[in-house]
Write a protein that binds this ligand. Structure first.
Ligand code: GRF
Length: 195
């Protein structure tokens, strides 16, 4: 049974879907949900589902990313994860942290990578007049939003869409894609899944 730790920064809607899917004959189980924000709503949702939680407030470390990550690593390593899932985790991780988990760390990004790495992905798709948008699950490497793509899901951009409408449409697909990709990834199937 693979052990999965999930990192969040906010509501954790993707985390909830991942945890809910890791039951029955799923080859993995959630062993920890950790956040850089002790007030992240997702921590209470994880605890309600019986998953161990931890948080390290990144604001206490100023610009010292290495010290913050050293503190965050403690509960993560104690949980002995086989796989790390970033799910709405909004801190950029140092290459040293990534190297520890390279090849077993996933992230979900709300765009059709390689388009729109970074922030404000929906606003950028709308500004570009794209006919479609979507989300990507990829392996995390030292370069932000750049690792091997494990899956994508696409949605139409509709006339009159604003950022909130598009984000909501993409989020529905995130909640389908991430659990489907993790289930295969935990079973050792790493070829790309397009929903
Ligand atoms: C989602 O759009 C996700 O793609 C991005 O963070 C947003 C919130 O995710 N990474 P969640 O509800 O906290 O899972």
């Amino acid at each position: 049974m693979k052990r999965v730790a999930i990192l969040i920064s906010g509501g954790g809607s993707n985390m909830v879907k991942l945890v809910q899917d890791m039951v029955g004959d799923h080859p993995a189980r959630a062993v920890l949900v950790a956040s850089n924000d002790p007030a992240a709503k997702g921590l209470a949702r994880a605890a309600e589902m019986g998953v161990a939680v931890a948080s390290v407030d990144h604001r206490g470390f100023g610009k010292d990313r290495v010290a913050f990550e050293a503190a965050l690593l403690e509960p993560i390593l104690a949980a002995k994860p086989d796989i790390l899932c970033l799910a709405g985790f909004m801190r950029v991780l140092t290459p040293a942290f990534v190297r520890r988990f390279e090849g077993r760390m996933l992230n979900i990004h709300p765009s059709l990578l390689p388009k729109y790495p970074g922030l404000h992905t929906h606003a950028r798709a709308l500004a570009a007049g794209d006919a479609e948008a979507g989300c990507t699950v990829h392996e995390v490497t030292a370069v932000l939003d750049d690792g091997p793509i494990l899956g994508q899901a696409r949605v139409p951009v509709l006339p009159g869409d604003d950022e909130a409408a598009l984000a909501a449409r993409v989020l529905v697909q995130e909640h389908r894609l991430y659990p489907a990709v993790l289930r295969r990834y935990a079973a050792g199937l790493h070829e790309r899944l397009d929903l």
